[in-house]
Design a protein around this ligand. Structure first.
Ligand SMILES: [Zn+2]
Length: 176
């Protein structure tokens, strides 16, 4: 996984750039949670579930099905999120899906079970520039520093550029 906070950064920056009228504050928070939630599966290690198992790390919670379930849940709770059902489903679903897609771009561990429950195959992207984060919070090592640099370069920076583009687009369209 990229570091858990890096997963949250993606929906926070992009949703924040869209503005509060499009993405309510609660929806933004829900998106951040949805982007981090798949890694709750590291608990599986505690229960001695093997990494490669469907319910091991990067298994079922890293699938399109899981993102879809979160999207449906968000649509059901759209009133609490101060938004419409479609917007809730779209934002939360995409935030959840961004997680396995980023994991699939890391250079270590196993791939993600994107097609679960139809297939248990673990999938990696063709381009994997992101240094894999060590499991557990050993960030204050040299490797941790290397991971943060890599995430900054391949996740934070591109996301910030897209977010800046969204803000610029909103700004110009408001003036015309
Ligand atoms: Zn993950």
């Amino acid at each position: 996984m990229p570091t858990i906070l890096t997963h949250a950064v993606v929906p926070l920056m992009l949703g924040g750039a869209l503005g509060r009228r499009v993405i309510s504050r609660r929806l933004l928070a829900a998106g951040a949670v949805a982007a981090m939630l798949p890694d709750a599966d590291v608990l599986a290690f505690k229960f001695h579930v093997a990494y490669a198992d469907s319910f091991g790390h990067r298994g079922a919670t890293h699938s399109m099905m899981f993102a879809l379930l979160l999207a449906v849940a968000a649509a059901l709770w759209h009133r609490r999120l101060n938004t419409t059902p479609w917007r809730a489903a779209g934002f939360v679903g995409l935030a959840a899906l961004s997680h396995p897609l980023l994991d699939a771009c890391t250079n270590g561990g196993l791939g993600v079970a994107l097609w679960w429950p139809f297939s248990d195959a673990r999938w990696f992207a063709a381009f994997r520039p992101i240094a894999v984060s060590p499991i557990g919070a050993r960030f204050f090592s040299e490797r941790g520093w290397h991971v943060l640099q890599s995430e900054f370069c391949w996740v934070w920076l591109p996301t910030a550029i897209i977010a800046a583009g969204i803000v610029a687009w909103r700004w110009t369209s408001k003036r015309t």
